[in-house]
Write a protein that binds this ligand. Structure first.
Ligand code: 13P
Length: 250
């Protein structure tokens, strides 16, 4: 039985004050008997503050990005060991915004994935197709390419300690959610693709859905057989909405 997981990707949002309010709302609404693992992914500069706010709770911290280098002359970059120093356990790698806006290729993402694992952290690998790719019937081809790049670089064993997030790019921040059936179809495909290398690992890996998840649609999406939770953007910035999504995953 896979443990459900809900991760809030705050992207480039928040301030010291808003984060304090958000975290106290989230802390107040979660119970220690909840089944789902809850992860919050603040911007780097707020990691320390959030680490102080999750002490004694079951919430884990994730980063939104990482360098594949371990240290040195890489201005503006943050290493895996720095993230660990601040108590982070997860790292989002290959988010479509990083692929599209910052030119991260499958190879870059694979390097980051491996560096995260080698440093003892858990990568949340994002995969997903653009609207025109879906419309031209290329969804599986794109997702397969993105997964295969990681398997080639990190081997299937990399997925023993990783999470996958299926985030159709057309559903991110658009209010257009994939239907539960559309999500299930791709999640099942991801599992099958990994099962070609190891059915045990494919069966165990948590696959999250991301793209306009909200308090109203989470339960239906999470009820699908191969959907193990969500990677939530906009709705993770409001405590009540995020809590409702976490409850839907329990
Ligand atoms: P939204 O939930 O705002 O669509 O964002 C999804 C996402 O990109 C999470 O990583």
């Amino acid at each position: 039985m896979r443990q459900p997981l809900v991760a809030g990707n705050w992207k480039m949002n928040g301030s010291r004050d808003s984060i304090k309010a958000l975290m106290s709302g989230i802390n107040a609404g979660l119970s220690s008997s909840d089944r789902a693992q809850v992860v919050v992914c603040p911007p780097f500069v707020y990691l320390d503050a959030v680490a102080g706010m999750i002490k004694g709770t079951k919430i884990a911290i994730g980063a939104q990005n990482v360098s594949h280098e371990s240290a040195g002359a890489f201005t503006g970059e943050i290493s895996v060991s720095m993230l660990q120093d601040f108590g982070a356990r997860y790292v989002i790698v290959g988010h479509s915004e990083r692929r599209a806006l910052y030119g991260e290729s499958d190879a870059t993402v694979a390097h980051k994935f491996t560096a995260t694992l080698l440093g003892g952290m858990v990568p949340i690998l994002c995969v997903g197709e653009l609207l025109e790719e879906r419309e031209s019937g290329k969804t599986e081809e794109v997702v397969a390419r993105q997964l295969d790049a990681i398997v080639t670089h990190a081997s299937i064993k990399g997925f023993e300690a990783a999470v996958v997030a299926y985030e159709p790019v057309w559903a991110i921040g658009t209010g257009k959610t994939a239907t539960p059936e559309q999500a299930q179809e791709v999640h099942a495909f991801i599992r099958q693709r990994l099962a070609k290398h190891s059915s045990t690992i494919a069966e165990k890996v948590q696959i999250l859905y991301g793209g306009s998840v909200n308090a109203g649609n989470a339960e239906q999406i999470f009820s699908m057989a191969d959907v193990d939770g969500g990677l939530v953007g906009g709705a993770s910035l409001k405590a009540a909405d995020f809590l409702a999504i976490c409850r839907a995953a329990n």
